[in-house]
Design a protein around this ligand. Structure first.
Ligand SMILES: [Zn+2]
Length: 116
């Protein structure tokens, strides 16, 4: 993280995240302009590092709250399974639990990808 990235590297990184390079150059400095998440960014003047960070935090937040929700549902399903006597419902709950566990694994993997 301490490594300084060049403006070109940052611009490329943002484009990889869905930013589009505009045909029109900046009216102030003539530099390249990017449109990203509804914002207009000048490659020369704007802090692109900030823009990449904002996206990273937002993704982590979504994944974090999704994981919390899944963990909550998992606990709920587990306690339901513990008190359930009907075999058919047990089977459904077990299937549900398995899917929640898979989802947890998936969100974890995606989080790690984002950090790298
Ligand atoms: Zn500019």
């Amino acid at each position: 993280m301490s490594q300084q990235k060049t403006k070109t590297q940052l611009a490329t990184e943002l484009m990889g995240k869905g930013a589009t390079l505009l045909r029109e150059t900046c009216p102030k400095c003539g530099g390249l302009q990017l449109r990203y998440k509804g914002r207009l960014l000048c490659v020369n003047e704007d802090d692109l590092t900030e823009a990449t960070k904002i996206e990273g935090v937002a993704t982590a937040d979504i994944m974090g709250s999704l994981r919390e929700l899944v963990v909550m549902k998992l606990q709920e399903a587990s306690s339901n399974l513990a008190s359930e006597r009907d075999l058919d419902r047990q089977l459904k709950l077990a299937d549900l639990i398995r899917k929640y566990v898979e989802l947890l694994k998936e969100t974890k993997e995606k989080n790690q990808e984002k950090k790298d």
